[in-house]
Design a binder for this molecule. Structure first.
Ligand SMILES: Cc1ncc(COP(=O)(O)O)c(C=O)c1O
Length: 476
């Protein structure tokens, strides 16, 4: 029989080290708003932060976001290898700068930038990477504003009241642009049957103070494309009638990576001569983790020289146009990786798979009974739907959105912008990684929750208290 002896206190403490994190290290609460007086072991800090993050939603089940939530392990490895590279250090990381240059050229080519006269395959497009579409839109908007000011100065006319014409459905970055640069937003309201900007309505808002028209490919609200060609045709007529030459910026935050692969015949890009610039989010359907965006101008005429700064590059000067200075290089490397890894066929297959899932889901939802589709996923793989008869349903789309959360699904509910604020919808963004199997699980869950709400109409207490605005945080 083995003999045991009583251990002394010091030895007992050592035994606790078998699992010290919760017993010893995080025994006291971790300060939240003050730096702790003393540090902790790396494992402890990791556990403390990870524990907090458990409370976040599951990114893969987040059907509110357009932003990439799945990448291949090889891409993740590449990004990790580039964590320490600063995109702005062109001199120190010339090869990262070269990958950025190649990505701009690939996008200019996908978006049909014209060939440079007498220079073989070289394109006229000029562009850069950004932190995302918001920064890219700011740069696109600034170029329009600077060009308009120059034209007004040349004509000896006032440049005091610039305005920008766009649909009321634009993403908030355009309202920010207008506020920060003191440009009047001329928002064309939505009406039933026209859920985004159209040519005649855009042209009707334009005047000599219009710096440009923003056309969205596609709308954040419902995934539909705005008719760039039609908007351009109407602006042609306006020019013929009133001499106003107004250019278009295409906000292709999502569609810039969808239309070239799925809607090749649609003329929305530099094939339309009035399109001065296009932005996209590499971190949306460009399939890169956040944050990377891109903006390309048709040619150097569309990008005023005095917006460009020069940074030192291999002893020379390279032109930059950005709101940020430092920015991680890994996303740009990952964007280039995606181009190499997938090629045109691969990108098309990924986007097609997303569209197939989106259209399968929208068909199923339309056939469930209580819902009416506002879009079906045939443009962006994104669709919005509402209750066919909200007054008689006994529940709202906000109730449904909350109930779907019980199983982890994040499906946003929101009301449309003016003049359709009475329309409340649910929206599903299908991204790479939402398989048909997962989609079917969500459809089943939706059926279950509809049954629950139908058998308990007018839920007496919403799962989260307060009116919809205070209950759910969904921001476009
Ligand atoms: C049409 C549109 N423009 C701009 C943005 C802003 O993009 P980012 O998140 O890349 O800044 C979004 C985001 O959803 C969008 O849908």
């Amino acid at each position: 029989m083995p003999l045991h002896r009583k251990v002394d206190e010091a030895e007992a403490d050592a035994e606790l080290d078998i699992n010290p994190v919760y017993v010893r290290e995080i025994r006291l609460s971790v300060p939240r708003n003050k730096i702790p007086a003393h540090g902790m072991l790396p494992e402890t800090a990791l556990q403390a932060v990870r524990d907090e993050l458990i409370l976040d939603g599951n990114a893969r089940l987040n059907l509110a976001t357009f932003v990439t939530t799945w990448m291949e392990p090889q891409a993740q490895q590449l990004m990790a290898e580039c964590f320490d590279k600063n995109m702005i250090d062109k001199d120190e990381y010339p090869q990262t700068a070269e990958l950025e240059r190649r990505c701009v050229n690939i996008l200019a080519d996908l978006w049909h930038a014209p060939a440079r006269a007498g220079e073989g395959a070289a394109l006229t497009g000029v562009g850069c990477s950004t932190t995302g579409s918001s920064e890219a839109c700011m740069l696109g908007g600034m170029a329009l504003l600077w060009r308009w000011r120059a034209r007004r100065a040349a004509a000896g006319a006032s440049a005091a009241k610039p305005n920008l014409v766009m649909g009321a459905n634009v993403q908030v970055c355009w309202e920010k642009f207008c506020r920060y640069w003191q440009v009047e937003p001329k928002l064309v309201p939505m009406v039933p049957g026209r859920l985004h900007l159209a040519g005649p309505e855009a042209a009707a808002q334009c005047d000599e103070n219009t710096i440009g028209v923003v056309a969205v490919m596609g709308s954040t609200m419902d995934g539909s494309y705005e008719p760039v060609r039609q908007i351009s045709d109407e602006l042609d007529k306006l020019q013929a009638d009133r001499g106003l030459d107004i250019r278009i910026h295409v906000d292709g935050a999502s569609g810039g990576f969808i239309a070239p692969f799925l809607h090749q015949d649609l003329e929305w890009d530099f094939r339309v001569p009035r399109v001065a610039s296009i932005n996209t989010s590499g971190h949306k359907y460009g399939l890169v983790y956040p944050g990377v965006g891109w903006v390309v101008w048709r040619d150097s005429d569309a990008l005023p020289e005095d917006l460009i700064f020069r940074v030192n590059y291999l002893g020379g000067n390279i032109p930059t146009f950005a709101l940020n200075f430092s920015r991680p290089g890994g996303q740009v490397a990952a964007q280039y990786y995606n181009f190499l890894r997938l090629g045109f066929d691969g990108f098309r297959a990924v986007q097609q798979a997303c569209q197939d899932v989106a259209m399968h889901m929208s068909r199923e939802i339309a056939s469930m009974g209580p819902f009416e589709l506002l879009s079906d996923g045939s443009e962006l793989p994104v669709f919005a739907f509402r209750l066919r008869d909200p007054a008689a349903s006994g529940y709202t789309v906000f109730d449904l959105s909350e109930r779907l959360r019980l199983r982890g699904w994040l499906v946003p509910a929101y009301t449309f912008p003016p003049d359709m604020q009475d329309t409340a919808v649910l929206r599903i963004v299908v991204r790479n990684g939402l398989s048909r199997d997962l989609a079917d699980d969500l459809l089943n869950e939706l059926r279950v929750q509809v049954r629950v709400l139908e058998s308990h109409p007018h839920p007496p207490t919403p799962l989260m208290p307060g009116p919809p605005k205070e209950r759910g945080g969904f921001a476009h």
